[in-house]
Design a protein. Structure first.
Length: 146
């Protein structure tokens, strides 16, 4: 069975705004897990959580990809492809759930959690390392993102 542990410092990449985004996505996953495990299968609540996850993932990814573009991140194409796959899967789950063709299952929550954690721990940490080596990041965030 999936161990849906609490968010922890091990998931931090060292970029406050992105860390907050990741935590929010993880919290939405945890909420869907809690609804599933506690057998509180209120379809309206689950549907809202899935919609929120899809919307927030799109927002987060857009932010992250804007940074990659502005910093001319050399691995942006690979990273963006991973994002597209995730957004597609979340949207697919959400749409299938709304259409009644699929129910929220432990397999779905497990896939989403594993994808998010693996993505944070590999590609996002790699991007964070790139950013930390870029002095221009401070200038960019000061002028464009605040």
């Amino acid at each position: 069975m999936l161990n849906m542990e609490e968010w922890g410092d091990k998931y931090l990449i060292g970029i406050e705004q992105l860390d907050e985004h990741h935590k929010h996505l993880y919290d939405l996953l945890r909420e869907s897990y809690d609804l599933l495990v506690l057998k509180n299968n209120n379809d309206g609540r689950i549907g809202k959580v899935l919609d929120s996850m899809s919307d927030y993932a799109t927002y987060h990814i857009s932010t992250e990809e804007d940074w990659m573009h502005d910093l001319k991140y050399p691995k942006q194409t690979e990273h963006t492809q991973e994002h597209l796959e995730f957004v597609h899967r979340v949207s697919e789950f959400s749409n299938n759930f709304k259409n009644g063709t699929e129910h929220l299952t432990l397999e779905i929550v497990t896939f989403l959690r594993e994808w998010l954690v693996n993505h944070i721990m590999t590609l996002d940490k790699e991007f964070a390392a790139f950013i930390s080596n870029e002095a221009r990041f401070c200038e960019m965030t000061a002028s464009k993102y605040h």
